[in-house]
Ligand binder design. Structure first.
Ligand SMILES: *Cc1c(COP(=O)(O)O)cnc(C)c1O
Length: 430
């Protein structure tokens, strides 16, 4: 595969951008690439790099492109809005439309505030929880990622995990001292922590299906325990549904598992491919946010009309009947084909999947926590990833990420990916 243009663009990027990328995992270091692929265009389920190589895409821009690219509803509304103005810094009907869709879909959300990224959403939700409770500590799970704000950069997942930075320079000890860590799915440790320090805890934040250490579903009773402990100790339960929102179901993971948080953070899909985040939840908590209450939160470009138009158009398509059944079926097919390929080669892998998000861990498993995920053979993943790329299939460039299945994937796309995986296992397993 010729990637000369990407290599050249990367050389140039290195002169102006730290590490040549605007987000670390894009550097593709986790899979041993000398340079990332520069993408020049995308259509439906396919992307093309700067050298004209074409790939079936299983990254979906890390989740947002659940409809695939160029959906006529999304593109149409964006084009219409471009002519009317791209930002006013004043209220618009579009933001009411998106807020209404979110409140109707996500069961626990009564009021919602739009921001510009998932990072802003989680950062703001924690501030609101602290303001509401008058407490300072937050509890997070090891391997969960909640964006890059200071308090969360303790045992975070995703890029931080891939680059093995357990913590980051520039984050003060005072900040992370307010973050208490527990292993994902460990109800006993969580219960003990709450029994010891319950009255200091403002919030427990959790990815209700972890996606940033690879997909790790909640074990039966885990989310219920999170809910129960927060209720008993007066802490705010925050579901970080930046990935799972509108992916694992129309009402997100809270609907799928029937456990209601106090606050929810959203991002990715609700922007339809433009930068959006949101946090929302119980009316009494959200009413503490300025200008109604005294907890400050603001944004010059928040509720941006282009982003609202793309988000609302995306949610309208997702609200159509049969959409989540189709996503479930596509996810199940990918899982079954990977399982068959690995089994045929006698190779032990663990496939964790919830609806259209899936990770194949190169280890025997089971994978219920970050400690389990770390046992995966990342060198095997890198070899597999490179084989898939050569075969025209674009996967997340890290073992600790998820395949994000979109509605645009066709029968032929799924077959191509299955055949490529089967080839790899046949070769590597021999
Ligand atoms: C992506 C992600 C974030 C951060 O969102 P950004 O838009 O990248 O700031 C937060 N939480 C979860 C669960 C995520 O997957």
């Amino acid at each position: 595969m010729n990637t000369e243009t990407s290599a050249r663009l990367f050389e140039e990027a290195l002169q102006y951008i730290p590490g040549g990328v605007n987000s670390p995992v894009r550097a593709m270091k986790g899979v041993g690439m000398p340079h990332p692929l520069f993408i020049s265009r995308a259509e439906r389920s396919h992307i093309w790099d700067a050298d004209g190589n074409e790939f079936v895409d299983f990254v979906s821009s890390w989740g947002p492109m659940i409809l695939g690219w160029g959906h006529p509803e999304v593109v149409g509304r964006l084009k219409e809005q471009v002519d009317k103005g791209t930002s006013y810094g004043a209220p618009t009907e579009l933001e009411v439309e998106l807020a209404r869709l979110v409140c109707e879909a996500v069961p626990s959300v009564e009021l919602v505030r739009m921001v510009n990224s998932g990072t802003e959403a989680t950062m703001s939700a924690v501030r609101v929880a602290r303001g509401f409770t008058g407490r300072e500590k937050i509890v997070k799970f090891i391997g969960c990622y909640h964006g890059h704000s200071d308090g969360f950069l303790a045992a975070a997942g995703s890029g931080v995990l891939t680059l093995a930075l357990p913590d980051s320079p520039g984050v003060t000890k005072g900040t992370t001292a307010d973050t208490l860590l527990v292993e994902y799915n460990d109800v006993a440790a969580l219960t003990e922590l709450f029994e010891e320090r319950g009255e200091e805890i403002a919030a427990l934040i959790v990815e209700p299906v972890a996606g940033n250490m690879g997909v790790v579903p909640p074990q039966p009773g885990f989310l219920e325990a999170c809910r129960e402990l927060c209720t008993r100790h007066g802490a705010v339960l925050i579901f970080d549904e930046v990935i799972t929102g509108f992916r694992v179901g129309w009402g997100g993971a809270q609907e799928r598992y029937d456990v209601m948080p106090d606050l929810t953070t959203l991002g990715k899909i609700i922007g339809g491919g433009l930068p959006v985040g949101a946090f929302g939840g119980r009316r009494d908590i959200m009413e503490t946010v300025a200008p109604l209450g005294s907890t400050y939160q603001a944004g010059t470009l928040s509720g941006n009309p282009l982003a609202m138009a793309a988000g609302a158009a995306t949610l309208r398509v997702l609200s159509e009947p049969g959409v989540y059944e189709q996503l479930e079926a596509a996810g199940a097919r990918v899982e079954a084909s990977l399982r068959a390929a690995a089994d045929a080669a006698g190779r032990a892998v663990t496939i964790n999947r919830v609806g259209p998000m899936l990770t194949m861990f190169f280890c025997e498993g089971p994978v219920h926590s970050f400690a389990d995920a770390k046992a995966a053979d990342t060198a095997a993943y890198a070899a597999y990833w490179r084989h898939m790329l050569e075969a025209g299939v674009y996967l997340a460039p890290s073992q600790f990420e998820a395949a994000m299945i979109s509605l645009a994937l066709t029968e032929a796309d799924l077959e191509k990916a299955a055949a490529a995986a089967s080839d790899w296992f046949a070769g590597a397993g021999a």
